[in-house]
Design a protein around this ligand. Sequence first.
Ligand SMILES: Cc1cc2nc3c(=O)[nH]c(=O)nc-3n(C[C@H](O)[C@H](O)[C@H](O)COP(=O)(O)O)c2cc1C
Length: 364
Amino acid sequence: MIGAFEHLARPLLATLDPEDAHDLTIAMLKFAPLPRAGKDDQRLGVRAFGLNFPNPIGMAAGFDKNAEVPDALLRLGFGFVEVGTITPQPQPGNPRPRVFRLAADAAVINRLGFNSRGADRVMRRLARRADKGGIVGINIGANKNSSDRVADYVRLIERFAPVASYVAINVSSPNTPGLRDLQRASALGELLARVIEARERAARDAGPMPVLLKIAPDVSLDELDDIVGVARALRIDGMIVGNTTVTRPPGLRETEGAKEAGGLSGRPLFSLSTRLLAESYVRVENAFPLIGVGGIDSGAAALAKIRAGATLLELYSALVFRGLGLVAEIKAALIAAIARERRESLRDLVGADAVAVTAEPWPQ
Ligand SMILES: Cc1cc2nc3c(=O)[nH]c(=O)nc-3n(C[C@H](O)[C@H](O)[C@H](O)COP(=O)(O)O)c2cc1C
């Protein structure tokens, strides 16, 4: 059903303004009868952050910003869904147009700027589905005009602890001025210390909740040293590597579109984000697992991310160009890889190429 729908709908969606196409897709996921993906092969199962993921493929943040369709996405075969970014107060984000397809590059540029319905609205939705199961992480951010950004994160942790499988601290969106400064060691130390404190307070009622940090692929290796140092010292549960890039890799074919301000995602982000993932993996030394994100658009790309150090994966942009069938395609490719390499599970492949990737010339 979803396959047939997509087959008919994708050419139409491609002609629409990207944000209108996205809204239509969310509406379709809300209202269309969806098939349930088959049970996952147990070799795809992953245990991380104390959670059991049926498969490692997650929907990245930004697709379901307001938690409208997490159950539809789980039903279609995602192993987990990261909703958000959610801000404490509702805010409209930047003026439209603010999402651009670079079709010839299989890339997207967005400068949405945390358009969010706000915590109250999203909390009501998540509370209604709380007993349904499935892994739903919540990606949180600060309001643009907040006078105390750290307090925004703290408030959201306390608020969402009862309904979140995990919380992702987003300090890496390029579209909220100054947000990425929170990645600097001293600011990050204070932020994470207060976040962890809030998590411990909330745990008394809500139980344990993993806290993950989502970083930009644009940090320097010196900055990455500091980030990983702080993350390890404060014992966070994992890192997501990473968000969109403000760089424009050479060789983009859509030269006009590439001039739009905002974060670039999709295929041209693959090399840079995979390099940062491997660089993170060698620094983290198995202190916590990593989620690899950026440019995954095939089984081979998914496998490369795992071999570079990802325990779990997330994707978004490739779904725009390849459709939801990509999830099943990646699962089949991962199972084939496990069999080919005579391993028992994906865990045996995590980080196998990390050192080799860090020795390559810096990706252009
Ligand atoms: C339209 C759009 C909106 C996004 N919004 C968010 C967001 O709200 N929070 C966030 O952490 N990442 C957001 N992202 C980044 C994705 O979660 C992901 O990190 C990035 O797109 C790289 O993955 P991809 O190449 O598979 O798309 C967004 C990406 C896109 C394309």
